[in-house]
Design a protein around this ligand. Structure first.
Ligand code: DGL
Length: 276
């Protein structure tokens, strides 16, 4: 088969902070042989409560950084960026393909739902943008489809504090999800990088519901796009003990290593501090 010289280039992943490491975790699960560049805009996190205008400006700068590192694919691992700034990311990426969190998770939700009642949870910016709602409606064509959306802003700090199993978290989650439970949604899109870490609790509260991890479905899309473009990195012969990831951050949070390990499930290298 004809070889493409782009195979060895890294995949660029960016997020507002460390949350996108939940997406990176899924990427290395599906594409373990790839090299990755991860940028976390830790100096300006969170994006989820900011205006679309400012998120668009930040997203442009993050994309420019990844492009300068000659990546073969850009993953907008942040759901907020994917919701309000995907056009900006695509423009700045030029002819490098871009994968957002929205389309893969929306298609997966439609595949999984049997009663056409789908719930979406995310940051305020993601939910206000209606990006998921619009994408699901566009892809569905089912006039009876109902989408229920709810911003869950407390989930981000709860996860960052590692309070997934704290009793108060369950009360907050029940409060957030009450309307979705009453509406009998059978599929719930975790439209934020941090929410997969709450999967166990959310499943406990809504046992019959299928949870959609946006990072997982974006990773499957990444695999497909690279395979179609014949840009997959060749399988390495040796056992891959640790994924090959170069980390960049715009600020070094005191507990970076702990938090990174919590999201990633493996120990990360020390990040390099950059300014955008
Ligand atoms: N990464 C963001 C998202 O997925 C959550 C954190 C933030 O608000 O920046 O929407």
């Amino acid at each position: 088969m004809e070889k493409n010289h782009n195979n060895i280039l890294p995949i660029g992943v960016f997020d507002s902070g460390i949350g996108g490491l939940s997406v990176l975790k899924q990427l290395v699960r599906f594409l373990p042989q790839e090299n990755y560049i991860y940028l976390g805009d830790t100096a300006r996190v969170p994006y989820g409560n900011k205006s679309p205008e400012i998120v668009r400006q930040y997203a442009a700068e993050c994309t420019d950084f990844l492009v300068s590192k000659q990546v073969k694919l850009v993953i907008a691992a942040c759901n907020t960026v994917s919701s309000v700034a995907l056009d900006v990311v695509s423009n700045h990426a030029g002819n490098i393909p871009v994968i957002s969190m929205i389309e893969p998770a929306s298609s997966a939700a439609l595949r999984e739902s049997s009663n056409a009642r789908i719930g979406i949870i995310g940051t305020r910016a993601t939910i206000s943008s209606k990006a998921y709602e619009n994408e699901i409606t566009k892809l569905s064509g089912n006039k009876n489809l109902k989408v229920f959306s709810k911003p869950c802003p407390l989930f981000v700090p709860i996860v960052e504090e590692g309070m997934m199993k704290h009793p108060s978290t369950k009360l907050i989650a029940i409060d957030y999800l009450r309307d979705m439970i009453d509406a009998h949604v059978d599929t719930l899109v975790l439209g934020c990088t941090h929410y997969p870490l709450l999967s166990q609790l959310l499943q406990e509260i809504m046992p019959e519901v299928t949870l959609i991890d946006s990072g997982e479905h974006a990773s499957v899309t990444a695999l497909r796009i690279l395979a179609e473009a014949r840009q997959l990195q060749e399988q390495r012969k040796e056992f891959i003990e640790k994924p090959n990831v170069k980390f960049y951050v715009t600020d070094l949070p005191v507990n970076f290593a702990e938090q990174a390990n919590m999201f990633l499930g493996f120990e990360s290298e020390k990040p390099e501090l950059i300014s955008l």
